[in-house]
Design a protein around this ligand. Structure first.
Ligand SMILES: C[S@@+](CC[C@H](N)C(=O)[O-])C[C@H]1O[C@@H](n2cnc3c(N)ncnc32)[C@H](O)[C@@H]1O
Length: 284
């Protein structure tokens, strides 16, 4: 039984189990996390993270937010419920010889950490998608020092997420019956896609001076294959959507993506797909 199950946090049909995240950990580290660095640096700048400060990353994956924080000179603890993600993250800490960063396996709903410990606590595309987000946000606030900052980075409206529309368009080219992602309710990934809902959740978690900045993730894709690798390794949902397709249908999807990206690219090298992002910050 996972810690979430012990706590009675239910896994609904849209929640990927920890094993599904373990399975994409290596691909996440290779294809996805490196593309998030500009967004992570922007968010850490907005939260005012400084060298020497103690930074906690919750649902850290392979370090999309914690590695940029460590490169800034912060002392970093990165946590994730997936031991495979933490192993990937530790390999990168080792490769880059980042002296003040380490990882620990931990469920976001129940942080095994003391109250009032961290200067800044953050989560990028992590606490965004957990089933009991209010509980996970209260945990982030609990372990932050009074006067410290809490940072949550989450996707904005799914209607404007271009990689999603490209991928679903390619899927519909081989499976015209596919109706798209559910929208009532939408997947948990989009529970705070409305900036006002995010703001309220941060206030309800006990934060003051809450502000939500809107930004964008910009990902460059040079081929259908490159986009395929990114999407399939970014979230287990993508693998579930194509699970029933044959190898041939999957190859056709990559060709369709190739064509869509070529049409989008202005200089025949890379197409840039954007997604709206909400960056919520509050003070404890
Ligand atoms: C989309 S990835 C984001 C990873 C990373 N924060 C980044 O910016 O690259 C979502 C992460 O949330 C983790 N996760 C999902 N549910 C979790 C939970 N209940 N507790 C801790 N981590 C969780 C997954 O294992 C995965 O690493």
């Amino acid at each position: 039984m996972t810690r979430s199950e012990e706590l009675g946090v239910t896994q609904d049909e849209h929640t990927a189990p920890v094993e599904a995240w373990d399975a994409i950990a290596a691909g996440y580290g290779r294809h996805v996390a490196p593309t998030e660095v500009p967004l992570a640096n922007e968010a850490l700048g907005l939260a005012g993270l400084k060298a020497g400060e103690l930074f906690l990353d919750v649902a850290a994956g392979t370090g999309g937010l914690s590695l940029p924080a460590a490169r800034l000179g912060a002392r970093v603890l990165a946590t994730d419920w997936s031991s495979a993600m933490i192993e990937e993250l530790e390999a990168r800490i080792h490769e880059e010889r980042l002296p003040d960063a380490r990882g620990r396996v931990m469920d976001a709903h129940s942080l095994d950490l003391e109250d009032d410990t961290f200067d800044v606590t953050g989560s990028q595309f992590g606490v965004m998608l957990v089933p009991d987000q209010p509980l996970a946000l209260r945990e982030m606030v609990r372990v932050t020092k009074p006067g410290g900052r809490v940072l949550l980075i989450a996707y904005g409206s799914p209607a404007k997420i271009e990689f999603l529309h490209f991928f679903i368009g390619a899927l519909q080219a081989v499976n015209p019956g596919f109706a798209g992602l559910p929208d009532d309710p939408p997947p948990l990934e989009f529970q705070v896609s409305d900036a006002e809902v995010l703001r309220k959740r941060l206030v309800e978690a006990g934060l003051k001076d809450v502000r939500v900045e809107t930004s964008a993730e910009r990902i460059e894709f040079r081929s259908g294959q490159e986009m395929w690798d990114w999407v399939l390794n970014s979230n287990p949902i993508a693998g579930m959507l194509i699970a029933d397709l044959t190898e041939e249908q999957q190859a056709t999807m990559r060709q369709v993506l190739d064509g869509m990206l070529r049409e989008r690219s202005t200089d025949d090298t890379a197409a840039v797909l954007t997604s709206p992002v909400n960056i919520g910050i509050g003070t404890k």
